[in-house]
Design a protein around this ligand. Structure first.
Ligand code: ZN
Length: 278
């Protein structure tokens, strides 16, 4: 009797375990299917789409962005590079990702290390959806205003946190060697340090001032007015800003309707792997 009871209990536990395994398999399969379905949908007729992939090499372009440096990326008229700083941020980053996916465009996210360490699944989702991941320090302190002895730690801890979230390895050698200074505040010593490590420093060509509170429609007008004058360039947004997440679908439609083309930047070493990808 006792054995029967034990056998029944064992059988029930075994059934529950099998049921959980089936559930897990269904979940994994459906996630794989949705990623595959999304990839298969791009490029999609009527969407903006990514027009080309540009590989960026620190050897030839160590620093880009006209707001900080004399040179920028070699973009043609009406070509833009979309960049988002200060994430990942669960309330808004997924909305930004959804808007980008809807229009089949790829962007670059400059992550802050601490939130990346707190939301590794969101970091992996950004990468899984084909976007480039650059680095933006550990705590977003201005590298110009903190003691010089702390700048390397701030940079490296941020890179290591992003890499840990992405690949499970806390390396200070970034898999995508792109970096943006918090507040675009550089110092000669940190610029030299990054150049010696062949990490490309991204400034920007224009920005949306989206750290200043405004409505999404004011935000849209500000950035499209600037883009009309600049005609091309690296554009800086902040994905933790709700007004930016709300404005982005309309901005991407504006780009499509006005014949702008989105260029996806990738590090030179991986360019051959992603060329030809949608
Ligand atoms: Zn920032």
């Amino acid at each position: 009797m006792r054995n029967t009871w034990r056998n029944d209990k064992y059988a029930a536990a075994e059934r529950a375990r099998k049921f959980m395994n089936v559930l897990r398999a269904i979940l994994v399969a459906s996630m794989a299917w949705s990623v595959a379905a999304q990839a298969a949908e791009c490029p999609r007729k009527g969407s903006l789409g990514t027009s080309r992939i540009l590989s960026v090499d620190a050897a030839t372009t160590p620093r880009v962005g006209l707001m900080s440096f004399p040179q920028t990326l070699p973009l043609e008229d009406h070509e833009v590079v979309l960049t988002f700083d200060d994430g990942p941020w669960p309330p808004t980053t997924p909305r930004v990702l959804a808007a980008l996916a809807r229009e089949c465009v790829r962007a670059t996210f400059f992550l802050i290390g601490k939130p990346a360490s707190e939301h590794p699944e969101l970091v992996r989702r950004i990468a899984a959806e084909g976007h480039s991941i650059g680095h933006h320090t550990w705590l977003h302190r201005s590298l110009k205003q903190i003691p010089a002895s702390e700048t390397r730690e701030e940079i490296d801890r941020g890179i290591a946190a992003d890499e840990m979230a992405l690949h499970g390895v806390a390396t200070t050698t970034p898999s995508t060697p792109f970096f943006r200074f918090p507040g675009l505040e550089t110092t000669p010593a940190t610029l030299d340090l990054l150049q010696s490590r062949r990490i490309v420093v991204f400034g920007t060509d224009l920005w949306a001032n989206d750290w200043i509170p405004m409505t999404p429609s004011q935000q849209l007008k500000l950035i499209t007015d600037r883009l009309r004058i600049a005609r091309k360039g690296i554009i800086l947004f902040h994905d933790p800003q709700a007004q930016t997440a709300a404005m982005l679908p309309a901005f991407l439609r504006y780009l499509r309707d006005n014949h702008y083309r989105v260029v996806h930047v990738v590090p030179a070493a991986v360019a051959t792997h992603v060329n030809g990808a949608p």
